[in-house]
Ligand binder design. Sequence first.
Ligand code: TXA
Ligand code: MG
Length: 309
Amino acid sequence: MRAAELLRDGQVIGLPTETVYGLAADGLNPTALARIFEIKQRPLFDPLILHCADAADAFNLAKEIPTAARELAQHFWPGPLTLVLRKMETVPDLATSGLPFVAVRVPVHPVAQTLLRAFRRPLAAPSANRFGRISPTDAQAVWSELGEAVPLVLDGGPCRVGVESTILDLSDNKTLLLRAGGIPIEEIEALIGPVQRSQLLSEKPNAPGQLRHHYAPQKSLYLVDEASKIPSRPDVGWLAFGKMEEQATFSGRVENLSLAADLCEAAANFFRALRSLDEDPRVVTLYAMLLPEEGLGRAINERLKRACR
Ligand code: TXA
Ligand code: MG
């Protein structure tokens, strides 16, 4: 398998997962990890998720595995959930930005699974966009974002979930939500009880991955609370959700995340729609409204708030 050979050689490739496309490299090879940071232009204080074929492999990278971690793994792995645990010495410092904690996840995408089983080592894989930009949800978006920098992008079709994994910090007796994502927090709480919310949207990078401006389109995105506040002009792009009267008379360009107001469908379309408006030469300014704050709506809203300025 060419992908596994490239990885063994310390190279970085584009990899489909069910959430978003990743930029994958050997998670135990510090030189390969450094390549990821270089290609993404990502600050070294932002640690990486290690992807494994199954829960046993993932827990091999960690020590002190709480019962809640095992329950969550049994329920949601393989799938869009990442757990932060105290790390084993075998995990390179570059993967965790020097933190004593490692983020692990078992993806369900068949291409990711096949590659992990062939490679037989954990894969570090951040989303395959340049730092702070829109995450790619199909192979074409990876090509346009990073095509010249990687020798191979595996094409696994459009991502089914469309937003990144939910990240839960279970280290040192915590139960802390670090990022809303593909598994709704309600489902997690139903299994393990109340989960603490971290202070999201921080300007300070001391909480990794919580930078205020993330997932940013190049154009300005404005959040409004009513559709009537969106100017109907040809140079306006509207990221809409559900059937809206105003859409019929709107003279700009609309990308509707889900006409049926289905939050899963909206998540699957989110980054593609945002990217498509961002790349449309006729569109100058983007507008959106927050979605219902439930299920995957939370994950989308978190990304919308960070994408706006
Ligand atoms: O769905 C996903 O999680 C995708 C796909 C490719 O698997 N990956 C992804 O990776 O979103 P990335 O690097 O774009 O975001 C991972 C986040 C980062 O914001 C990072 O700060 C956080 O996970 N993270 C990683 N290791 C951590 C750790 N030890 N402690 C706290 N946060 C951590
Ligand atoms: Mg990312």
